[in-house]
Design a protein around this ligand. Structure first.
Ligand SMILES: Cc1cc2nc3c(=O)[nH]c(=O)nc-3n(C[C@H](O)[C@H](O)[C@H](O)COP(=O)(O)OP(=O)(O)OC[C@H]3O[C@@H](n4cnc5c(N)ncnc54)[C@H](O)[C@@H]3O)c2cc1C
Ligand code: FES
Length: 509
């Protein structure tokens, strides 16, 4: 997260000559202390807050498309008309101002009142919705349901002991010690009662009775539903190794996991991270920020090669080495004891903290138990509905038909999970909307963000534009000449542009 954009640029209440604004242009200015983006779309003008409500991204550096503005950092999308956060990861609206014209100038006037929740047609809406999962998809669905004006009973069941948190932060700023814990909750505790969301924590759902339309809780309680959203996410893979259950060996999924690693890191000196993909390497960077010696052990030839390709993999490796991380690649752990990790190569690494980040497994047991179709994820249609009418699935567990390739895919990304939660919310209200957002994720390594848009589990051509070592590049992953995904470093507008192009290709497929 960064501080909000400064109040640079003109005072927009004093007026700007219309001729100075291109017909489809933007101008960053301010109203009092607030940075404001003035947007011209031919004859229409809009004034919205210039700072993204997710992590304070600079919207003046984003893209205006139709009547929306998109954030350059993690691709949130806001309505210019109402400021509404149309697409995650932002969930809160931008402030908006009225705009008037006189004597060839455009003036920003009063701040508009916040938009009210919409009104749903009561006859089309169910009376009772239950969401299983208090993570990205579950929270985004609940928030969207209330924003859409859903008035019925809304119960969110989570077996976690924390209310929904900003999970990506658990391996980044919070773990590094750069973010206080009060940045983590997606909403303050009071939000749930204020919005009539019955959030039940430590509530493990053990079964779904599809015939009676009830979920069954550990302990025997039952909660009836008319629509059900399964958003149970994924859990870390646990390696079958001697010593894996020792108290200094951790995985990272929940706030509780993260607190335990932070507590251990306070006295530890040497950490071994098992796994060289996103979470493992973000953990490595954060532990370096806390001053620990960090060694990374992984079977791969290069970090992240399977997703990003060899060139970016080499870059990521060098970046971590420059920060003091030591890699033990093409190697795996054989056992762990109180003070060391023993590798299959015969080497031994001292370790008073071990974090295993070797992948996750979707939590599909509930769906399987209920007889839903499961194929390495819960199978859903384009509307995120399972084969059982009224039962939806979203987030890390969902396998859905990708409209760009026609393949059925499952991804483990924060923004995808949130956007799926939002689409599922609309569909539980009977809107019948296909999920067609292009997958997007970001990963942060020290001061280098990597943005990735699209989905390319395999490619036959990799085209590099720019200079990876100079941290200014776009890498395109193609199959049969078609761009399936684009990874960028410090080319945010290019990443947004790629998303737009893929959306249009998706829509016309
Ligand atoms: C440390 C970390 C960093 C990450 N960083 C990034 C990143 O930078 N970018 C990115 O795109 N993605 C990132 N991810 C991945 C991202 O967090 C996930 O893709 C996302 O959280 C998936 O959302 P979800 O709602 O499907 O699942 P989750 O957020 O995992 O939520 C699942 C919820 O279901 C609950 N649950 C499960 N089973 C039951 C049950 N039987 N009964 C009751 N409740 C149950 C869980 O307690 C949890 O509340 C990161 C993940 C982690 C762990
Ligand atoms: S800062 Fe705007 S989407 Fe994250």
């Amino acid at each position: 997260m960064s501080s909000p954009a400064s109040t640079s640029g003109p005072d927009l209440t004093q007026g700007v000559a219309i001729d100075e604004l291109p017909a489809r242009g933007t101008l960053l200015g301010h109203v009092g202390e607030e940075p404001v983006l003035l947007v011209r779309r031919e004859e229409r003008f809009f004034a919205v807050g210039a700072t993204c409500t997710h992590y304070n991204g600079p919207l003046a550096e984003g893209i205006v498309e139709d009547d929306t503005v998109r954030c350059p950092w993690h691709h949130a999308c806001f309505s210019l008309e109402t400021g509404e956060a149309l697409r995650a990861p932002a969930l809160s609206a931008l402030p908006c101002w009225s705009v008037g014209q006189r004597e060839g100038k455009v003036f920003v006037g009063d701040r508009k009142p916040a938009a009210r929740a919409r009104t749903v047609i009561a006859s089309a809406a169910p009376a009772r919705i239950v969401i299983v999962g208090g993570g990205a998809a579950g929270f985004a669905a609940a928030e969207r349901l209330r924003r859409e004006g859903f008035q019925g009973s809304l119960v969110m069941l989570s077996d976690d002991d924390s209310p929904p948190v900003d999970r990506p932060n658990l391996s980044k700023d919070y773990l590094a010690g750069n973010a206080p814990e009060d940045w983590l909750p997606l909403r303050p505790d009071a939000f749930y009662a204020q919005h009539g969301i019955e959030l039940r924590l430590n509530a493990e759902v053990t079964g779904i009775d599809v015939a009676s339309r009830e979920v069954v809780l550990r302990g025997g309680g039952r909660v009836p539903y008319e629509r059900l959203l399964l958003a149970t996410g994924a859990e870390p893979v646990r390696l079958a190794l001697p010593g894996i259950d020792l108290p200094h060996v951790h995985t990272l999924r929940t706030l509780r996991d993260c607190r335990a690693i932070v507590a251990r890191a306070a006295t530890a000196r040497r950490a071994v991270v098992l796994g060289a993909s996103f979470i493992g390497l973000e953990v490595a960077a954060s532990l370096r920020a806390r001053g620990l010696d960090v060694h990374v052990v992984a079977p791969d030839q290069r970090p992240m090669e399977r997703i990003l390709g060899p060139q970016l993999g080499d870059f990521v490796r060098r970046l971590h080495e420059e920060h003091g991380v030591v890699f033990h690649l093409e190697n795996t752990p054989a056992s762990i004891d109180e003070r060391r990790v023993h590798l299959k190569s015969g080497a031994t690494l001292d370790a008073d903290l071990v974090v295993a980040g070797v992948g996750v497994r979707p939590r599909t047991a509930l769906a399987e138990g209920a007889g839903l179709a499961v194929d390495r994820g819960v199978v859903v249609d384009a509307h995120l509905e399972t084969g059982v009418p009224g039962v939806f699935a979203a987030g890390d567990i969902a396998r859905w038909p990708d409209r760009l390739t026609g393949e059925s895919i499952r991804v483990e990304h924060w923004v995808v999970a949130e956007r799926q939660g939002q689409t599922a919310a609309l569909n539980m209200l009977g809107r019948h909307q296909a999920f067609d957002a292009v997958p997007f994720f970001w990963s942060q390594h020290y001061d280098v963000p990597i943005n990735y848009v699209g989905h390319a589990p395999a490619w036959d051509e990799l085209a590099i534009d720019g200079d990876i070592a100079a941290r200014d590049c776009a890498v395109r992953y193609k199959r049969q000449g078609r761009v399936l995904a684009v990874a960028t470093i410090y080319r945010d507008v290019e990443s947004l542009g790629a998303e737009l192009r893929m959306e249009k290709a998706t829509a016309s497929a």
